[in-house]
Design a binder for this molecule. Structure first.
Ligand code: SAM
Length: 366
């Protein structure tokens, strides 16, 4: 199979996704790592993640903080989910922590929470920018154009919104629209690009109903939209959600078509994404580190990724942002997380990035 960038058509991508021979896969890993080095260099940029609210009005079938998240008895998620929303001062304090730890960006993430009002978020962006000078990334779900414009004007630099799957039928099943609206994340991504945001997106690997064709289509959509940041992690079933139970069985694709939610599968998607979007910023995700706490982060970084998002949310809230159980780094302090990540980055011969680490557009490399 070819790894030439211009010949990565749908069939070739799907073929690589199905490839299981470790010797053959070595070619994919080497090519992805070489392209990562050539286009985004050896620096690993750290983005301080602030989980500002776990309130959510959506009913996504996969997500543990969905509106109707239920406790599942007998599992580690057996307590009812306590909802929280950080105060203005807590957000600012978390941003200061990110700055003091040397991070170049803060990512303000939440469930889709209308009580995080336009004004509150705009004020928080202005305060974080004024006090820390850090780049600000938002990840607040589907929001109105009016809000998105106001936050851009307040100084937001980037917005992360995973389209979750390029298959519209599967999307409607796993991510129901709210009454009276039609959820269209791709359209929001296009509008945010026009507003001047750097745009981030991504998918989960191995979501029930995801086929090889769908996943190849996801990678092609990253290329078509020219996404600046692409988050790719394994689907991790949450016992609080329908896809942590019976619904997953019903939604599964036919035998032989269903993509597994394994580590190697996720790494193949990261590597192929580096091939089709060589300039993009690709995080080695927390979900990957959750699946393989020993080496998941490092494997992501040597197979195409160049970003890590250490958590700077105040410790007492972190455990409540439970999108899936057993999330990596939940019980560590921000300082411990930083030391651990720096050690991991140095252990693979890479360096910690300085500055905001935004998308850099270069002339094509041969
Ligand atoms: N509410 C915002 C949104 O929907 O874009 C941001 C928060 S949402 C929890 C962030 C991402 O977590 C989602 O886009 C989804 O891909 C991922 N996620 C949710 N549930 C997951 C699960 N069970 N396994 C892996 N990733 C999950």
């Amino acid at each position: 199979m070819s790894l030439a960038l211009d010949s990565l058509d749908h069939e070739t991508i799907a073929g690589w996704l199905r490839e299981d021979d470790p010797v053959v896969l070595q070619r994919l890993w080497s090519r992805a790592d070489a392209l990562r080095a050539a286009h985004v260099g050896d620096a690993v940029h750290l983005r301080g993640l602030i989980e500002i609210s776990n309130h959510c009005i959506r009913h996504c079938l996969y997500c543990g903080i969905r509106a109707c998240s239920v406790a599942s008895l007998g599992s580690e998620s057996s307590y009812p989910l306590t909802r929280y929303r950080l105060t203005f001062d807590e957000i600012l304090a978390s941003a200061r922590t990110a700055r003091d730890l040397g991070y170049g960006t803060v990512v303000m993430q939440s469930g889709e929470d209308p009580d995080l009002t336009c004004e509150f978020i705009a004020d928080a962006i202005r305060a974080v920018k004024a006090e820390t000078g850090l780049a600000v990334t938002l990840s607040l779900g589907e929001r109105s154009d009016e809000e998105l414009r106001a936050w851009k004007a307040a100084g937001a630099d980037r917005f992360l919104l995973r389209f979750e799957t390029s298959d519209p039928v599967l999307y409607r099943k796993i991510h129901p629209s709210l009454p009276g609206t039609l959820s269209d994340r791709v359209a929001q991504l296009r509008r945010m690009r026009e507003m001047g945001y750097e745009i981030g997106s991504g998918v989960m690997v191995g979501i029930p109903g995801q086929t090889w064709d769908t996943l190849a289509g996801d990678i092609e959509l990253f290329r078509e939209l020219d996404i600046d940041m692409i988050g790719i992690g394994p689907f991790l079933p949450s016992p609080r959600t329908p896809l942590g139970g019976e619904a997953a069985v019903k939604l599964r694709a036919a035998d032989g078509d269903q993509v597994p939610n394994s580590e190697v599968m996720t790494l193949k998607v990261v590597a192929l994404t580096r091939l089709v979007c060589p300039e993009a910023n690709l995080p080695s995700t927390t979900a990957l580190a959750t699946l393989d706490p020993a080496t998941g982060r490092e494997l992501g970084l040597v197979r195409g990724a160049n970003i890590v998002m250490p958590n700077v949310t105040p410790s007492e809230y972190r455990v409540l942002y439970e999108i899936y159980p057993g999330k990596a780094c939940v019980h560590e302090t921000a300082e411990a997380c930083q030391h651990c990540l720096e050690r991991r980055i140095h252990s693979i011969g890479r360096v910690v990035g300085k500055g905001p680490g935004g998308r850099i557009r270069r002339a094509p490399l041969s």
